[in-house]
Design a protein around this ligand. Structure first.
Ligand SMILES: [Mg+2]
Length: 331
């Protein structure tokens, strides 16, 4: 429980209790505490802890459904000067990226807006134009939501997708020896990618439908943090080849290689797919990928048996344990 400090505590230092805040507990710690004893149902296939929840509407259903919600908040995910259309695009694209990470097809979305009364109508309609454009592109229907007054602008999107029954690609499927791949380039979020990225839905569905991916996650908090989630759920470790990490051209020339790698590992909001592939399929995957997509796909490492450990292999083959972490909401 989160402790509460009383007046008595303040006057008597001997019994003073330290207030535990969400900031000191951290995002992961807070989530772990919240999900300890949630109500359950037998038709929930995957509950909290993956990119989406997976539910099964009936035992003989053709599809499992994917559920995902996410907020974007002014001052955290965008600024007052971010165009409304870009806010709307980002709000929906974030949840679509999580549907992509399960290999799913998005279907329906609900949108809640929290808006200060002083907000211009054009800004709010701009958000909806950005949402609608992306939704149309991926044949997602926006089927409702609400608008409420609040202290700052927020857009909360809830999305439902589907995947053939029992075939959602989870974070926990990586096995020792699997090859690690990432789509696109990393480290470009500060240069505008966090607003303009395209969710890797086509790539995610292709990886799922051909059974290439044994585990998958989208990179929302940075390679360092999201790879940790994947190896924790899979009960394995990983090694990363530093010279193989695909770096965004916007940051490549801007700083030392060390700094550029730090952006690639620790900046959140790349929204690329990180996935694992059986060693026997790796070469076939690369050939088939090149014939199918313009999006780059890079082989960046391997899954190891050093549970929960990420090691980086430099150009000379030296291994260094990765301690860095990516974006954390409360730190
Ligand atoms: Mg995710």
């Amino acid at each position: 429980m989160i402790g509460v400090e009383s007046d008595n505590d303040r006057t008597c230092p001997m019994v003073k209790k330290r207030i535990q805040t969400v900031g000191t507990l951290g995002e992961l710690g807070m989530i772990q505490r919240l999900v300890r004893a949630l109500p359950e149902r037998a038709d929930v296939v995957v509950g909290p802890g993956d990119d989406c929840a997976v539910v099964r509407p009936a035992d003989d259903a053709r599809y499992d459904y994917l559920l995902k919600s996410d907020p974007v908040i002014e001052g955290v995910h965008f600024t007052r000067s971010t165009p409304g259309a870009a806010v709307g695009h980002k709000a929906l694209a974030r949840v679509l990226s999580d549907i992509a990470a399960m290999g799913g097809e998005p279907l329906w979305a609900l949108v809640n807006l929290v808006v200060p009364a002083s907000t211009s109508v054009a800004r709010v309609t701009g958000i909806y134009s950005g949402l609608s454009k992306l939704a149309r592109h991926w044949r997602v229907a926006i089927v409702g939501g609400d608008v409420a007054r609040g202290p700052c602008l927020e857009a909360h999107v809830f999305c439902v997708g589907r995947v053939p029954r029992g075939q959602a690609v989870l974070r926990g499927g990586a096995r020792v020896g699997d090859y690690l791949f990432v789509t696109g380039t990393l480290g470009g979020s500060r240069h505008g990618k966090h607003l303009a990225f395209q969710p890797r839905l086509a790539e995610g569905r292709w990886l799922q439908s051909r059974r290439w991916a044994t585990a998958m996650i989208d990179l929302s908090d940075g390679l360092a943090t999201d790879l940790r989630h994947l190896i924790r759920q899979s009960r394995v470790g990983a090694e990363l080849f530093l010279t193989s990490i695909p770096l965004a051209s916007a940051i490549k020339k801007s700083a030392s290689r060390q700094t550029v790698l730090r952006h690639a590992f620790c900046d959140g909001e790349d929204y690329e797919l990180l996935f694992t592939v059986l060693p026997a399929n790796a070469a076939k995957l690369i050939r088939a990928w090149r014939k199918t997509f313009k999006t780059p796909c890079a082989y960046i490492g391997r899954i190891t048996d050093r549970r929960n450990v990420i090691e980086c292999v430099d150009a000379r083959g030296r291994k260094v344990r990765l301690k860095a972490t990516g974006y954390e909401h409360f730190r």
